[in-house]
Design a binder for this molecule. Structure first.
Ligand code: PLP
Length: 496
């Protein structure tokens, strides 16, 4: 087949291959009404290939990426996505499957789901796992629906109305609990950890669940976890584990061993699968005996040598997502687990805890570290002393961008004034940590004027983040609508 150069005056939207005869008129494009067809040539910019390549390469470099620089993102764990997992997930055997093919033609992928579930059951110490949830928050919400269903079955739902959370909880925890119809009760922390006295005062026969991350978002392992479990179980409540980030405990301990009844994991964090702005991700759910019957359907089961999707679970909360799970991410997570093995996973925990404590100690020279110094996978600094120089934590974070590193999480958890939360997972070397320390030193000791003007080396400096979150402009249509709104507002303002 030959390709013919399209003429600009042709009423075609796309260039199409002609028949072998170059004089053959271009085929009509069916279905495009006459009035919508192009009448004049598009005003394509006249550029050389090299100009185009440079333009797009430059654009790609205006963004931060884990392949080019470090991400000290505590609450997100922007881990390196190993290329071997990417290669596997891009193989035709994985990309050309349809989730609704007949089951007998999906045996390979069902087996991968099943094996990954078994591996995660071992990692969490909870016997049953479902891979259906598409993100961490989706897993949380689904787990709370399971808690509801459990209490409904026991005839206690009218009374079990409360979900208790510590003030270190990730924002998705209260959001999920509220969406699942529970009343929230927040308890204050003591020295960054759950205060058993505050929990004792909060639990009652109204308690449906207590949601906890351990180690928590201050990077601290809850020393009273056994007492916490006893208090919650003592009133008949369920203990929920936010396992978004398991880095610190992989192969060392598990939610099951700590007494939790249900947990969600962010495979896109601990197990190094890509994470796209809150999803698509994979928020696996793991449940102990009491809650396992309520896991979403279908469940992947093995019957003899056959794998099958089982919908016959009368207590299940039902289906929470199309198809079964996010296969591409599950495959990457399974590859990650196989590549590391049990010993390798434990090494991740040791290495990430070592990284946090090494860098925490080094950066503690510049800013105070709240709470006890020995942490797990992440540590906090407080930028409060910068205020004396008229500088905020936000300015420091922006100044770090000028050093070519991504900024850490800031202003979270809210119990620390002007908080910076820093995490370098196991993939970062001592060299990376030392580089970051030098960048941090240059940034924190820079003049207040420079800090407030940062970033000065990037294409976009400071955006109005509140506006961006409240009024997101996500498409060119929104952009036109936003511009029209601004124009109307401006002409209203100009009217006498
Ligand atoms: C501790 C914790 N819990 C829950 C979540 C929610 O996960 P996702 O963003 O996948 O919904 C996150 C993610 O940022 C988190 O850090």
């Amino acid at each position: 087949m030959t390709f013919r150069q399209a003429r600009w005056d042709e009423p075609l939207l796309f260039e199409r291959p002609s028949s072998d005869d170059p004089t053959t008129p271009a085929p009509e494009v069916p279905g495009i009404p006459e009035r919508l067809r192009r009448r004049s040539p598009p005003a394509w910019p006249e550029l050389t290939e090299l100009e185009v390549v440079r333009h797009f390469t430059r654009l790609s470099q205006m963004n931060f990426g884990i392949d080019t620089s470090s991400y000290p993102l505590g609450s997100c764990t922007m881990k390196y996505n190993p290329k071997v997992s990417e290669v596997l997930a891009r193989r035709r055997a994985a990309t050309e499957l349809h989730p609704y093919q007949p089951e007998e033609t999906l045996q390979g992928s069902l087996e991968i789901f099943w094996r990954l579930e078994r591996a995660l059951a071992k990692v969490t110490g909870l016997p049953e796992v479902s891979l259906q949830a598409a993100a961490g928050a989706h897993g949380e919400y689904s787990a709370l629906l399971m808690v509801r269903a459990y209490f409904r079955d026991r005839g206690e739902l009218a009374r079990r109305t409360e979900v208790i959370l510590p003030d270190t909880a990730h924002g998705t925890n209260p959001a999920s609990a509220a969406m699942a119809g529970f009343v929230l009760r927040e308890i204050p922390s003591k020295e960054g950890c759950v205060d058993p006295a505050a929990l004792r005062a909060a639990v009652s026969d109204r308690t449906a669940a207590f949601m906890l991350t351990n180690p928590n978002t201050a990077g601290l392992f809850e020393p009273d976890i056994q007492e916490i479990a006893e208090l919650v179980h003592g009133v008949g409540g369920m203990l929920y584990y936010d396992g978004a980030n398991l880095n610190a405990i992989l192969g060392v301990t598990s939610p099951g061993r700590m007494g939790f009844d249900v947990a969600h994991l962010n495979l896109h964090k601990t197990f190094a699968t890509p994470h796209g702005g809150g999803g698509p991700g994979a928020g696996a759910l793991a449940a102990g005996e009491a809650l396992a019957p309520y896991l979403p359907v279908p469940r992947v089961v093995k019957r003899g040598r056959q794998f099958t999707l089982d919908y016959d679970r009368p207590k299940s909360i039902g289906k929470i997502k199309t198809a079964y799970g996010n296969f591409g991410l599950d495959l990457r997570a399974y590859a990650f687990i196989l590549a590391h093995g049990e010993e390798g996973l434990r090494h991740i925990a040791h290495r990430s805890v070592l990284n946090a404590n090494y860098l925490g100690k080094r950066l503690g020279r510049f800013l105070p570290r709240p709470f006890r110094p020995l942490v797990k996978h992440e540590f906090l600094l407080s930028g409060a002393p910068l205020r004396d120089r008229g500088v905020r934590t936000l300015d420091l974070a922006k100044r770090l961008l000028d050093e070519g590193v991504h900024a850490p999480t800031i202003y979270f958890p809210s119990l620390v004034e002007e908080a910076l939360m820093i995490e370098f997972p196991e993939t970062e070397t001592k060299h990376d940590l030392d580089e970051f320390e030098r960048a941090f030193e240059r940034a924190v000791t820079d003049s207040a004027e420079h800090l407030r003007a940062a970033p000065r080396s990037l294409a976009v400096a400071r955006v109005d983040e509140v506006q961006a979150a409240r009024n997101p402009v996500l498409s060119w249509k929104d952009l036109r609508a936003a511009a029209a709104k601004l124009e109307t507002a401006a002409s209203d303002a100009a009217r006498p």
